[in-house]
Write a protein that binds this ligand. Structure first.
Ligand code: PXP
Length: 245
């Protein structure tokens, strides 16, 4: 098993959005996503991820300040390509920004960012973020066109959307697409991340793809926390990843 930071190590970033979802259900002050971040780190998370949505349905602006105050590991901010979000990122200067598509009516991020549409806008965003010293990632579908266009736009990393793989268990084509696109992206000089819909039951085949170096996992961690606590939920995931790698 690879050691943290060493060659072949697969980083686990925990997305804590749904800790905020529970709090926002009552518009109260618990549970606190920043406190969750600290517990996840203590349990072995390599980084923390949060998505500041334009409608602020879960994570709030103040949560980002609080997370950045207490987190010891790198912070990955997921956000849409808007002027408002770019200004926030430039002010906060997280370790990494992952650009995602956003539609107000969606329950969760349904597909990857189509980087062939408005490439100038995405490129400007990447340039602004890089100028602020922020590592950039693009959340895209496992589609060779998206990989090639992402490389052309000059991002440091891509995150492959694993939703299709998760929603079609047993379909070898969706896993093969992830594997092929991860290989293609690495060959183009991009760092490869993946995430969406992963659980301890389906993470193995994705974790086994050696070209992938980082996973972003959220909903299942928060839902498992209800039964086993957040530290154990993170450890379970880490074990499932290590068993597959
Ligand atoms: N990666 C990105 C870009 C996402 O938008 C999300 C969902 O917020 C995730 C990963 C994590 O997905 P899940 O909550 O299903 O683990």
């Amino acid at each position: 098993m690879a050691s943290p930071g060493g060659p072949g190590y697969l980083r686990l970033y925990i997305n804590i959005d749904h800790v905020a979802t529970i709090r926002q259900a009552r518009h109260t002050d618990e549970p606190d996503p920043a406190a969750a971040a600290v517990l996840c780190e203590a349990a072995g998370a390599d980084g923390i991820t949060a998505h500041l949505r334009e409608d602020r349905r879960h994570i709030q602006d103040a949560d980002l300040d609080a997370i950045l105050r207490v987190a010891r590991t790198p912070f990955n901010l997921e956000m849409a390509v808007t002027d408002e979000m770019l200004a926030i990122a430039e002010r906060l200067r997280p370790h990494q920004v992952t650009l995602v598509p956003e539609r107000r009516e969606e329950v969760t991020t349904e597909g990857g960012l189509d980087v062939t549409l408005q490439p100038g806008r995405v490129k400007d965003a990447l340039t602004r973020l890089a100028a602020a010293g922020i590592r950039t990632s693009l959340f895209i579908d496992a589609d060779p066109r998206m990989i090639d266009q992402s490389a052309a736009l000059g991002t440091a990393a891509i995150e492959l959307h694993t939703g299709r793989y998760c929603h079609t268990p047993g379909d070898p084509a969706t896993l093969a697409a992830l594997r092929d696109c991860a290989r293609r992206a690495r060959a183009a000089g991009l760092a490869v991340h993946a995430g969406h819909g992963l659980t301890v039951r389906n993470v193995g085949p994705v974790a086994a793809i050696r070209d992938i170096e980082e996973l972003n996992i959220g909903h299942t961690i928060v839902s498992r926390s209800v039964f086993v606590g957040i530290a154990e939920a993170v450890k379970e995931m880490r074990r499932a990843m290590d068993d597959a790698r």
